[in-house]
Write a protein that binds this ligand. Structure first.
Ligand SMILES: [Zn+2]
Length: 166
């Protein structure tokens, strides 16, 4: 982790967090919030699926090979998954990881489950480019945000290559 670096020049100036917003605004797919985009089919269509999961390409991203995996059922987080699905997540996550690594030029696959945007279980799989040590650990999603986006077509094509190796 010692080589990790943020994609900004120094000096960064620390700042204090703002006032807390309690209660927090409802998320997509939660009571009082906007409809669930995943259930409504308003996301990229699945590049791969089985009885429990669907796999999707991102849009407006900078890392070809990035994908997100969603449960077919609308539940919020790990704590809400039926035990059978929670166990099956390990199986499918390993398959996604192997498929992304098979793209080549990937050092490691990072998993992120944020849950702050939508209340439908989904986990991000981001490929850390081989040799890009400054994007180690928590720096990768920040680099992903700052690097120039590639086209959505390129992201979709890479996700389909991942799907073909599932
Ligand atoms: Zn949903």
């Amino acid at each position: 982790m010692s080589t990790m670096a943020l994609p900004y020049r120094e000096p960064l100036v620390p700042r204090d967090p703002g006032d807390r917003q309690i209660p927090e605004p409802p998320r997509r797919g939660e009571p009082g919030g906007p409809p669930c985009a995943i259930c409504a089919g308003k996301t990229t269509s699945a590049v791969w699926s089985d009885d429990n999961w669907t796999l999707h390409a991102p849009v407006q991203g900078s890392l070809p090979g990035a994908v997100w995996l969603a449960s077919r059922i609308h539940v919020d987080s790990f704590a809400d998954l039926p035990e059978e699905l929670a166990a099956d997540f390990g199986r499918v996550a390993a398959r996604v990881e192997r498929a992304i690594l098979a793209l080549g030029d990937v050092a490691r696959v990072h998993l992120y489950r944020w849950g702050d945007g939508g209340a439908h279980f989904h986990v991000w799989f981001l490929p850390r480019p081989l040799g890009m040590l400054e994007a180690s650990g928590m720096a990768l999603p920040i680099w992903e945000d700052v690097l120039p986006n590639v086209t959505d077509e390129e992201l979709a094509a890479a996700a389909k290559r991942v799907a073909s190796m599932m």
